[in-house]
Design a protein around this ligand. Structure first.
Ligand SMILES: Cc1ncc(COP(=O)(O)O)c(C=O)c1O
Length: 394
């Protein structure tokens, strides 16, 4: 293990992927706003095209120095050979799957992956002749779905909204025997709470919009893994075009510097609030991986170092009680997304699953009284007092 790999998560968040002294002596990587990168003369152009001259790519869709600096940091955080930053989490997911799959290939996705990932696989990939199978998030269901043409197993952990934790080492073991690539969307886990590549997956994806950016002010997505795989996805990105914007990349690098601090605080506050919620008379059930009552607690304790910011809970009073709670709290904002510094609260039935009937929601396990809280970095006692006061009024 090299010296850099032994460093702790905060040191890596601040210094990972960065030179000790930059050529321009700036302490931070500047924002490079250039769509094209001129050559000194034709001789330099020809040397570059023949791979004999190191310099930035010739055009912004093929790379950018600010984006490349964040990619080096992301690779350091995940212990990866290479990283690729894109315009959003969905750009990272769609570009990666397009790069890894061909007509006639079979892809297995687990059922509680992000809804738009499922929609992309079922609607778009299927239109291009990829056979998509959606299965329950356990090893047995995945193993039963494997076919001779299975190329990819795509899963997510912890999942939304019930924070189910997939047994990744077991999934990896079954995939490796059959030379199937494993991809995990570890947005909810963060590179701080889980090191997906060390658990053996081939590629790890994050919506950097969430914890990594951390301030609810940018969209982004990244994929990390072996250089050969990332190079193939980069090639695909050059065609599909969902590249990261340099200013967003600068904000992401800035956000990542406090990632370990923020996640440690969020882990601690969310665990405390989950325990408080579990004791409240208005709450019928709480899902948080670090609670002993969570169905995947043992796997979470083994593979995660913290439960993250998201706590989901169900109220006895159903949708109406959820609405009273969401409208009654003073600090959490009613909003989609998660992982940022602001505490956010929402009812999945009225946000991500609004257009479905209660019966259809029930069929996919979305309960009417469910509330999802993403705990920010405010003072935990203020959040506790606010939440309990609103629950007491139900
Ligand atoms: C687990 C997960 N993956 C992917 C995405 C998509 O990311 P983005 O919104 O950055 O495209 C989200 C967004 O909510 C998510 O929660």
């Amino acid at each position: 293990m090299g010296e850099d790999e032994r460093r702790g998560p905060s040191t890596t968040s601040v210094h990972g992927g960065e030179p000790k002294v930059r050529d321009d002596r700036a302490v931070v990587q500047p924002v490079v706003l250039s769509s094209t990168y001129p050559f000194a003369d034709t001789a330099e152009l020809v040397e570059y095209m023949e791979g004999r001259h190191e310099r930035p790519p010739e055009y912004g869709r093929y790379g950018n120095p600010t984006v490349a600096a964040v990619e080096a940091k992301l690779a350091a955080l995940e212990g990866a050979e290479a990283a690729l930053l894109m315009a959003s989490g969905m750009a990272a997911i769609t570009t990666t799957l397009f790069a890894m799959l061909r007509q006639g290939a079979h892809a297995i996705l687990t059922e509680d992956v992000y809804r738009k990932t499922r929609v992309f696989a079922k609607d778009t990939l299927a239109r291009f002749g990829v056979e998509v199978e959606i299965v329950a998030s356990n090893c047995e269901s995945i193993a039963n779905a494997v076919r001779p043409n299975t190329r990819v197993i795509f899963t997510e952990t912890p999942t939304n909204p019930y924070l189910r934790v997939v047994d990744l080492p077991a999934v990896v073991a079954l995939a490796r025997q059959r030379r199937i690539k494993t991809i995990v969307d570890a947005t909810f886990a963060t590179p701080i709470n889980m090191q997906a590549l060390r658990l053996g997956v081939d590629l790890v994806i994050h919506s950097t919009t969430k914890y990594l950016g951390g301030h609810n002010d940018i969209l982004g997505g990244a994929v990390m893994g072996r250089r050969s795989l990332i190079d193939a996805i980069r090639e695909q990105l050059g065609t599909l075009g969902g590249v990261a914007d340099p200013f967003g990349a600068f904000l992401l690098a800035r956000g990542i510097k406090t990632l370990a601090l923020r996640v440690a605080r969020q882990n601690e506050s969310a665990a405390m609030l989950a325990a408080v919620l579990e004791q409240h008379r208005a709450v019928s059930r709480v899902w948080y991986p670090m609670l002993p009552s969570h169905p995947d607690h043992a796997i979470a304790r083994r593979d995660l170092t913290g439960g993250g910011a998201v706590v989901s809970f169900e109220l006895h009073g159903g949708l109406a009680a959820g609405t009273r709670l969401v409208d009654g709290v003073r600090i959490p904002k009613l909003a989609a997304s998660l992982g940022g510094v602001e505490t956010l609260i929402e009812q999945p039935a009225l946000m991500s699953y609004y257009e479905m009937s209660p019966e259809d929601r029930a069929a996919i396990g979305i309960r009417e009284g469910l509330v999802r809280l993403s705990v920010g970095i405010e003072d935990a006692e203020d959040l506790r007092a606010d939440l309990v006061a609103a629950l007491d009024r139900l």
